[in-house]
Design a protein around this ligand. Structure first.
Ligand SMILES: Nc1ncnc2c1ncn2[C@@H]1O[C@H](COP(=O)(O)OP(=O)(O)OP(=O)(O)O)[C@@H](O)[C@H]1O
Length: 304
């Protein structure tokens, strides 16, 4: 379990993380979502004791990371997959990590097997592709067989096969009862991987809910109506309490009323409908809507 309470990080006048509190539970994958610059890496670095909070506290199984007696046996974290000595072989990299953390040598071969790097164990890490580096980084997190795992944007830049592999590994680790926190700026990715979502924007908590609830609450239900009588029907819908907007000629997007009610209203008033389709905004749209005010660099405005 990871607990974050009132966590804050200032860089001069910049507030990177702003009074953040959340709990990451065991046995599930928790997606840590936010647009670029939202403060995900900074939060993870504070959980890992790499950055000191300006205020608040982050604990792993009840203790600050720096106070854990055998940290790698409790928390395995991957923040930067390229932070490996390039001339070291994969095997030696893991062996150094194991030895400096009092972990048994046999774990090196075991984790190389888990991530599927056994055949390239003797290759220099500097020659590894991004996907292989990511696997090596993950092997390092698993060395201590920790109960808690944390990955910062693990699928960034990976090909579909690499993404699928990471997704399955996260699910497996959570299935074994571990606590898995994984950051991403892609809602679509988290929708496929996470059970629970913690969403932040500009360092602040925006949402903390199960994926199911997030889908239910965030994805707005609308009804698409195509009719030759847009103006008249829009007035009728508004008068009956619906919200109406129009994206293209001859089409109304109705919210606040389901498709049956819209159909009944049209029938009662003799309005001819060419189409009546219930629709749902995508999760990606819901996420963008939720964090719209907190995106650091807005395409329309240049710099926020
Ligand atoms: N060492 C630092 N000095 C000054 N500002 C920093 C530092 N580290 C991060 N920041 C700023 O803090 C904010 C949060 O950055 P952070 O890297 O935590 O965000 P993020 O959500 O991980 O985004 P990304 O996905 O782009 O890495 C950003 O505005 C960033 O520029």
């Amino acid at each position: 379990m990871i607990e974050v309470r009132g966590l804050r990080k200032n860089y001069g006048a910049k507030v990177a993380v702003d009074d953040l509190s959340f709990t990451v539970r065991s046995g599930q994958v928790t997606g840590f979502l936010g647009p670029n610059g939202a403060g995900k890496t900074t939060t993870m670095r504070m959980i890992l004791g790499l950055d000191t909070p300006s205020a608040g506290i982050a604990t792993v199984r009840g203790k600050r990371y720096v106070d854990l007696p055998r940290p790698m046996r409790t928390l395995g974290a991957l923040i930067d997959a390229k932070a490996v000595h390039p001339s070291r072989t994969a095997y030696n990299h893991l062996l150094c990590l194991a030895q400096s953390n009092g972990l048994p040598k046999r774990r090196v071969a075991e984790v190389l097997g888990i991530v599927g790097l056994d055949e390239v164990a003797g290759k220099r890490a500097g020659k590894f592709s991004l996907g292989m580096s990511q696997r090596l980084g993950i092997a390092g997190t698993l060395l201590g067989d920790p109960e808690v795992l944390m990955f910062d944007e693990p699928v960034n830049g990976l090909d579909p096969e690499g993404i699928r592999w990471i997704r399955q590994l996260m699910r497996r680790l959570a299935g074994e009862g571990r606590t898995v926190l994984v950051s991403s700026h892609l809602m679509s990715e988290m929708a496929l991987t996470a059970d629970h979502l913690i969403v932040i924007g500009r360092g602040k908590l925006v949402a903390d809910s199960s994926l199911r609830d997030f889908v239910e609450e965030s994805s707005e239900r609308t009804v698409l109506v195509r009719t030759p009588f847009v103006d008249e029907f829009a007035r009728l819908l508004l008068a009956n309490g619906a919200d109406v907007r129009t994206d293209q000629a001859g089409v109304l997007i109705v919210s606040g009323m389901d498709s049956i009610e819209v159909g009944k209203l049209a029938a009662a008033d003799g309005v001819v409908l060419a189409e009546l389709t219930p629709q749902r905004t995508s999760l990606e749209e819901a996420f963008m809507e939720l964090t719209r005010d907190s995106v650091e660099y807005n395409v329309d405005e240049g710099v926020a």
